[in-house]
Ligand binder design. Structure first.
Ligand code: HEC
Length: 125
C-alpha cells in the first residue's frame, strides 16, 4: 500500500503536496464513481469545478431529493461536512462514501479545488 501511494504521489508532482495527497486519495476512493472531466457517469455527478458550485448543480445529473433540497454552494466547510458523513449533511443522499480522517478530507478538498483550473490533458489522471 505504501509503495502504491508513493507511486501515485510521484505521478502527481505537478500539484502542491496536499493536493497531490488528495489526488492519490481521490483516485483510490472516489474515481470509481466520479469523473473530473465534466462528464457525469450514470452513477455519479462530475466533480470538475465542484468547489464553489451550486450544491447538486452538475448539469444533467439526476440528484436525490435530499441533496437537491439542500441549497447553497459547496464551500470548504460544506464539502468537509458532506465527506465526513453524507447522510447527516443531506438526509436521503445517494452517496455513502465517507472519509473519516480530517486530514484526508482536507487533502481531497484541496485536490477538488485544483479541478476548477483548466489543465492540459496530459495532467489528467
Ligand atoms: C459508490 C459511488 C460513489 C463514491 C465511491 C463516491 N461518491 Fe460522491 N457521489 C455519489 C453520488 C451517487 C452522488 C450524488 C448524491 C445524491 O444525489 O444525493 C455523489 C455526490 C458527491 C458530491 C456532491 C456533488 C454535487 O454536484 O453537488 C461530492 C462533492 C462528492 N460526491 C464527493 C465525493 C468524494 C470526494 C468521494 C471520495 C472520497 C466520493 N464522492 C465517492 C457517488 C459516489
Amino acid at each position: 500500500m505504501r509503495l502504491v501511494l508513493a507511486a501515485a504521489l510521484t505521478l502527481a508532482t505537478a500539484l502542491p503536496a496536499a493536493a497531490a495527497d488528495g489526488q492519490a486519495l481521490f483516485n483510490a476512493r472516489c474515481k470509481r464513481c466520479h469523473t473530473i472531466t465534466g462528464a457525469n457517469t450514470p452513477g455519479a455527478p462530475s466533480l470538475k469545478g465542484v468547489a464553489g458550485r451550486k450544491i447538486a448543480g452538475a448539469p444533467g445529473f439526476a440528484y436525490s431529493a435530499g441533496l437537491k433540497g439542500k441549497g447553497g454552494t459547496w464551500t470548504d466547510a460544506s464539502l468537509d461536512a458532506y465527506l465526513a458523513n453524507p447522510s447527516e449533511f443531506a438526509a436521503g443522499t445517494r452517496m455513502f462514501a465517507r472519509v473519516a480522517q480530517p486530514a484526508a478530507r482536507a487533502a481531497i478538498i484541496d485536490y477538488l479545488k485544483t479541478l476548477n483550473q483548466e489543465r492540459p490533458c496530459a495532467a489528467c489522471p
